[in-house]
Design a binder for this molecule. Structure first.
Ligand code: UD1
Ligand code: CA
Length: 465
């Protein structure tokens, strides 16, 4: 098989997005559209991936490098053919190859179809081929014009098309396969004599055609997957199409989703059959939900693993958390990065955890902050318990043993340890180790002033009289 090289065009400004963020960096269900695109194209097994960058080059390059692509800097951006010519030097170093060119703004391309397109092209004598689709509304796209024999003759851009040409519904998807180095002499001959004064890559086809050499055209069968994203409306529509396709797959696999129109699940999530997802839930990143999990409304799970039978109640946010089996989390809990919760634990209302390792059966039911802490099995954390883990410079650890009872409104001033089986009285400020089996108490002894209220009343009356 010939070498396969992938070239993604992403140097354009994306003016129609009206956004300070470069077009291809806009997230599509949680990941930049460029990442989604290259992620799916990697299934084609390219030997090398290049991304042409220009506008916001640094930000785009950073993302491109994160998936191992090499970037090519195009400045100024004089059109799609100019983008390819900018990459010429690098591409020539690759020797003979099939080059797949994709615009960075078509992130939903169907890979199975592109695989057929590429293998068909490889075995053909064509110098270049493009993927076309037929659209109900072809406005804005380059139209594919064919000769009487049905062969592809040229592509004409919306702005250059005559009214008759505009009635053509077959459009250029912006996805091409080319044989390198053979196409470069033709690319050199593309000029910018058009309405936009740009070097158009699709002009390549008329140049090759004029010499009577073969060019190809592959008709895509799912037009909506080839739609370019040029505006926020198009992005929102594409994102919704992808979202619905994920929910439909999950429903077909036996996941129970109430009011799916309101549920957001990102493609990387893994959800077992029988999981129940209530309205207005967001499941993001590499979240994994085991069977029997129930996620109640307005909760968001990000990169979180949840064990069998656990219920995540309303308005809970879990980030980079691992939760065991048969737990109850929330309502209104916030578990942050590095939280690891054992089985049968209970994290209740307004409890925030961070880098907290909470063993089996731990209960923290109300109003607590547990940061940089390990808590042994069976320990009860009373309402309003706070780990004072930050001294203004460093984060400091708290260690709590097994079967400890921490009374309400306790402050644990880290670094500090409460050993297994110890008790801490309500309202205590723990500043030193509590040994196993001891009771720590640090509060001013209560004094009752008998008859105080009556005396106060009399005083007031005397003043008024
Ligand atoms: C392009 C095609 C059009 C096709 C459509 C499909 C041209 C001239 N037209 O139009 O036939 O129907 O895609 O979506 O190619 N880019 C660069 N450098 C440049 C200019 C553009 O890297 O100098 C990149 C852009 O960032 C973008 C891609 O090339 O990712 C396509 O450019 P865009 O301006 O979106 O082209 P369209 O007008 O959509
Ligand atoms: Ca486009």
């Amino acid at each position: 098989m010939r070498k396969r090289i992938l070239l993604v065009l992403a140097a354009g400004k994306g003016t129609r997005m009206k956004s300070p963020v470069q077009k291809v960096l806009h997230p599509l269900l949680g990941k930049p559209m460029l990442t989604r695109l290259v992620g799916s194209l990697s299934a084609l097994g390219p030997d090398k991936v290049y991304v042409v960058v220009g506008h916001e080059a640094e930000a785009v390059s950073k993302v491109a490098r994160s998936f191992g692509a090499e970037t090519i800097f195009q400045e100024p951006q004089l059109g799609t053919a100019h983008a390819l010519l900018t990459a010429r030097k690098k591409l020539l170093e690759e020797g003979e190859a099939d080059l797949l060119i994709v615009s960075g703004d078509v992130p939903m391309v169907p890979i199975e179809e592109l695989s057929l397109f590429l293998s068909g092209f490889s075995g053909s004598g064509e110098l270049a081929s493009l993927v076309s689709v037929s659209l109900e509304d072809p406005f804005g796209y380059g139209r594919v014009l064919r000769d009487t024999g049905g062969g592809i003759k040229r592509v004409v851009e919306e702005k250059d098309a005559t009214p008759a040409q505009k009635t053509t519904r077959e459009v250029n998807s912006g996805i091409y396969a080319m044989k390198i180095p053979e196409v470069f002499p033709y690319l050199d001959r593309i000029d910018a004599g058009n309405q936009q004064g740009e070097y158009y890559l699709p002009d390549l086809f008329s140049l090759i055609y004029a010499e009577g050499k073969p060019v190809g055209c592959f008709k895509g069968s799912v037009p909506e997957r080839y739609l370019g994203i040029n505006s926020q409306l198009e992005l929102a529509k594409a994102e919704d199409r992808l979202r619905v396709s994920i929910l439909n797959r999950l429903l077909s696999e036996g996941v129970i989703i109430k009011m799916p129109d309101t549920v957001w699940v990102e493609p990387e999530a893994e959800i077992a059959p029988g999981v129940i997802i209530h309205p207005f839930v967001k499941i993001c990143g590499r979240t994994r939900l085991s069977g029997g999990v129930e996620v109640m409304s307005f909760s968001t799970l990000i990169d979180t693993v949840v064990g069998y039978g656990t219920v995540v109640r309303e308005n809970t946010l879990c980030e980079m958390t691992v939760v065991g089996n048969d737990c109850k989390i929330g309502p209104c809990a916030h578990t942050r990065e590095g939280t690891v919760i054992g089985d049968r634990a209970r994290i209740g209302n307004f409890v925030e955890t961070k880098k907290a390792v909470l063993s089996d059966g731990v209960k923290a039911n109300h109003l607590s902050y547990l940061g940089d802490v390990t808590v042994g099995a069976g320990t009860n954390i009373g309402a309003g318990t706070i780990t004072c883990n930050y001294d203004g410079e460093n984060k400091l650890p708290t260690v709590i043993g097994e079967n400890v009872f921490i009374g309400s409104d306790t402050q644990l001033v880290a670094p500090v340890e409460v050993e297994s089986g110890a008790y801490v009285a309500a309202g205590t400020t723990v500043t030193k180790k509590v040994p196993s089996g001891a009771l720590a108490i640090s509060r001013v002894r209560q004094e009752n002033l008998e008859g105080w209220a009556e005396k106060r009343k009399k005083k007031k009356e005397q003043k008024q009289g």
